[in-house]
Design a protein around this ligand. Structure first.
Ligand code: BGC
Length: 428
């Protein structure tokens, strides 16, 4: 069954007119469901909260812990089924269309803001289209994250006798061996499905290149999913996994990031929200830590765009609050402060083209430069693990097969590739 129909089916029993309990406020209350709950993420979202509160609205925080957002999505679905969706929620990629198809998203409330603030010319067309349903904005994009990063503690590298960040998988394994021999955890990693698949897609990009990544993880081409390149990617994934933190099972990503920051581990493969934890610990990019593309992926950029959707509500105060949030989010001031705290880059074209002017650090400047360059070469591809490439049902199929494969000592890469294709066909 098509994912939109599945979601619509789940919600069909409920009223499309959510309850409204908070009409008494002077300017309005908006509840915002999101999963920005690590120390660094919280510091970033608090910027938005403060700006909205300064404008006289009440921000009802609907934070749901759980990196990658799977728990937040479950909570959101049950809230919607109960007829009580929040005013605003963090939803990404193709999922936005599925939610809009249920009729629960508001296609009117952002119209004037988008027109006044000229969103169509501020944003890349691809980004704008993801935020629209049948031509109308139902979401506001917040920032752009890159997934395929490797985070390094250079002090630990030095102690282990490694003088260069790895740029190939062979160099990565050699560095990991040295880290292990020197008594460090080579690769900090929390064994949660979304983190396993974050590593998986970085390895796929490294082995198969952007074109192969697209065929397999975006187009879901059966030949690419089961072919020799995918088998090779899975073989490399198993090797990468052999260096993962043995205490990392079920561990949150930020607790693993802390191991690199505190000098217990040498590296972490993680999207650039990892930088929020380094920033919170007062560490400086290029000095206290290094961010380099995951080995073999310098020409590729797996993107992940955070966005906030607006749900239909039936009071004017909430609508005004939703508009205020949308206006603030795409303002230059917020774009700079939020991405600086969060580790991402702005989503506005004017800022992406002139990052130095806004005081962004070396990691962010590289990211923006690569984002713009890779958009022209086909190196820019949507992240599967972070809801940008497929529906949640297909993503779930990837997560299951990849995590089982990583954890099964007897798993065979060719067999795993076949399982991947079969699980995806069933989920489509
Ligand atoms: C989100 C980021 C978030 C990360 C960890 C990603 O899917 O896009 O904003 O920081 O998950 O929770």
């Amino acid at each position: 069954m098509n994912a939109a129909l599945r979601l619509a089916g789940a919600l069909s029993l409920v009223s499309l007119f959510p309850l409204n309990a908070l009409a008494a406020d002077a300017k309005g209350t908006v509840e915002v469901v999101h999963w920005w709950t690590s120390g660094g993420e919280k510091a970033a979202v608090d910027v938005l909260k403060a700006q909205v509160e300064k404008d006289g609205f009440i921000w009802k925080d609907g934070a749901v812990a759980g990196g990658g957002g799977a728990t937040a999505m479950t909570v959101l679905k049950s809230r919607a089924v109960a007829g009580n969706p929040p005013g605003v929620a963090q939803i990404k990629g193709p999922d936005i269309q599925d939610w809009a198809a249920t009729g629960l998203l508001d296609t009117d409330v952002l119209k004037d803001v988008a027109k006044e603030e000229k969103w169509d010319s501020l944003l890349d067309k691809k980004v704008a289209d993801t935020m629209k349903y049948e031509g109308d904005y139902v979401a506001v994009p917040v920032n752009i994250h890159r997934i395929n990063w490797l985070w390094i503690n250079p002090e630990v590298f030095k102690k282990a006798g490694i003088d260069q960040p790895p740029t190939t998988l062979e160099q990565f394994y050699a560095a990991a061996d040295k880290l292990k021999a020197a008594g460090f955890i080579p690769l900090a990693h929390g064994g949660q499905p979304w983190q396993d698949s974050t590593v998986f897609e970085s390895v796929v990009l490294s082995v198969m290149g952007a074109e192969g990544y697209k065929k397999a993880l975006v187009d879901l081409d059966k030949g690419a999913l089961t072919g020799p390149e995918m088998v090779k990617a899975l073989t490399e994934l198993k090797k990468v996994a052999s260096y993962m933190d043995p205490d990392g099972k079920g561990q949150d990503w930020n607790l693993e990031a802390a191991k690199v920051i505190n000098g217990k581990a040498g590296m972490q493969i993680m999207g650039d929200w990892a930088k929020s934890e380094w920033t919170l610990a007062n560490k400086v990019a290029g000095k206290d830590y290094q961010c380099v593309p995951f080995p073999g992926t310098a020409q590729g950029f797996l993107y992940n765009i955070d966005s906030l959707v607006v749900f239909k509500q039936n009071d004017k105060g909430t609508a005004a609050g939703q508009q205020d949030i949308a206006r603030k989010v795409l303002g230059q001031d917020f774009q700079k402060v939020f991405s600086t705290n969060k580790g991402s880059i702005p989503v506005r074209n004017d800022m992406l083209a002139d990052m130095g002017k806004y005081g962004f650090d070396a990691c962010a400047q590289t990211s923006a430069k690569d984002f713009l360059a890779d958009a022209k070469t086909g190196g820019l591809q949507p992240s599967m693990a972070h809801n940008m490439a497929t529906t949640l049902a297909v993503q779930g199929a990837f997560f299951d097969v990849v995590t089982n494969y990583i954890n099964d000592p007897k798993a065979d890469p060719a067999d795993a590739a076949k399982k991947l294709a079969a699980a995806i066909t069933a989920a489509k």
